[in-house]
Design a protein around this ligand. Structure first.
Ligand code: TRP
Length: 454
């Protein structure tokens, strides 16, 4: 196979790729979702299982996605098409790319709504809206936001419009630049918040909670939740990392940079825990509060702390930055593929944006005027979240693991990866057997077939 070139351009360096890929991985998953699912599931034991899943399921698929992407150098659909052709496999594998495009669009529709809440809370913090407020007033604050479709629409539209603008500017001037500016800022804010929380909060309780595993809390359900989260947090299963890999310069070691991205993503999740739980425990609040942890419990804690509004604002700014660098990656598989069909990048982004916005309006209404609409006990918001995260991501990841592990020749992989034979074999062993079995378990769980059976 001859060397291919990306028509979308390349990252300017290994560091640029690292920042962009870490920017994709680090998002609401780390700062909003991880703390609340860890909180709901007993802390330490969940954290250990999640770490194991990142190593055994997440990392092997991350390496696989980036490898396929760099080999094909196109959007996931076209990369899969050319790879299948090169390896003499069925063209049906292209379907994996299509599933991914749809998932990315669905995920962004509710992701934008949550990012919109963060923007609203950034403003609320700056206005000191929750300083010294009672628990009651704070839950009314959140209900006031989610209950108002137009206020929600304003913020999610703003978030989405800015994301689209970044995306429209292209790989280097858009995605790379945003990551270069936002990731260091995010890191500084996060460290500041951790130091603040450790000083004014209850550090000992937070450490014990996060790192002292209570294995009696562990069950099949928790295990499967942790596995699902390892997908979401590493941006796997939709081809986002694949298309980022398509822009990776030759000569950069995919193994090494993947390990760094996974480590940075995990590090940020743990630091986010250390920024949040010391505050929660200092006020004697409960860590298991579900998705509202960040928008109700945390403002309550900030509201009672010295300089709480200021650090609260820093926290919500952190969420927004993290969400922007992730949002651009969710639509990149689709934007790149439209561009390859001859659409200009601006138009491609706009077309995707219109679809995401319309679905976003559905997500917006689903928590207020349509909150009564449910299917099998799930609201539309929960349904979108469930179908994309729990069905489409595992399905995509499972197929990517199978394709890379079983359909691509070892020689092609070795050529792209350039690692020693024992390391390649170890990765393939995990990718062929451990990863698909693990993913299959998440998948069956999502369908409710083996709920609690482990
Ligand atoms: N990883 C991001 C987070 O933790 C979310 C994300 C970005 C994502 N791109 C993705 C999730 C692609 C699934 C697929 O918030």
């Amino acid at each position: 196979m001859s060397e291919r070139k990306s028509i979308h351009g390349e990252w300017s360096s290994r560091l640029a790729f690292f920042l962009a890929a870490t920017g994709s991985a680090v998002g609401l998953g780390n700062i909003w979702k991880f703390p609340y699912i860890a909180g709901d599931n007993g802390g330490g034991a969940f954290v250990i299982v999640y770490l194991a899943c990142v190593v055994l399921i997440g990392l092997p698929i991350l390496i696989a996605e980036i490898t396929l992407g760099r080999r094909g150098r196109e959007s996931p659909v076209n990369t899969l098409r050319s790879m299948a052709l090169d390896e003499g496999r069925s063209r049906a594998w292209v379907g994996v790319g299509f599933i991914g495009m749809v998932s990315g669009i669905i995920i962004l529709s509710f992701y934008s709504v949550v990012a919109g809440w963060s923007l609203d809370y950034l403003l609320l913090s700056l206005r000191g809206a929750y300083a010294g407020a009672s628990a009651d007033r704070i839950s009314r604050l959140f209900a006031g936001l989610t209950g108002n479709p137009w206020r929600q629409m304003f913020w999610f539209t703003l978030f989405l419009a800015v994301s689209l603008w970044f995306s429209a500017r292209g790989v280097r001037a858009g995605l790379e630049r945003v990551a270069r500016v936002m990731m260091p800022a995010l890191f500084v804010l996060l460290l500041l918040l951790v130091v603040y929380a450790l000083i004014v909060g209850n550090a000992a309780a937070a450490f014990a909670y996060l790192f002292n595993p209570d294995f009696s809390r562990l069950n099949g359900q928790v295990l499967l939740l942790a596995m699902g989260h390892s997908f979401f947090t590493l941006s796997l299963g939709i081809g986002a990392m694949m298309v980022y890999g398509a822009y990776l310069p030759n000569g950069v070691s995919i193994f090494r940079v993947s390990v760094w991205v996974a480590a940075a993503d995990t590090g940020v999740a743990l630091l986010a825990g250390l920024a949040i739980f010391p505050l929660v425990f200092a006020k004697g609040l409960a860590p298991a509060q579900g998705p509202g942890l960040i928008f109700t419990t945390l403002p309550l804690a900030f509201g009672a702390m010295p300089l709480g509004s200021l650090f609260g604002a820093a926290f919500f700014a952190l969420l927004v930055l993290a969400a922007w660098t992730s949002a651009v990656s969710m639509i990149e598989p689709t934007v790149a593929s439209l561009e390859e069909r001859g659409l200009g990048r601006g138009r491609a982004t706009l077309s995707v944006g219109v679809v995401v916005w319309l679905l976003g309006m559905v997500m917006d209404f689903s928590v207020n005027i349509w909150s009564g609409v449910a299917w099998q006990g799930r609201s539309l918001f929960e349904l979108f979240n469930f179908v994309s995260s729990d069905i489409m991501l595992p399905l995509g990841g499972f197929l990517i693991a199978l394709f890379t592990g079983w359909m691509v020749s070892e020689r092609s992989l070795r050529r792209e990866l350039g690692v020693s034979r024992p390391l390649l074999r170890l990765w393939l062993l995990v990718l062929r057997y451990v990863t698909p079995v693990g993913v299959l378990l998440i998948f069956l769980n999502a369908l409710g077939l083996i709920r609690g059976a482990l």
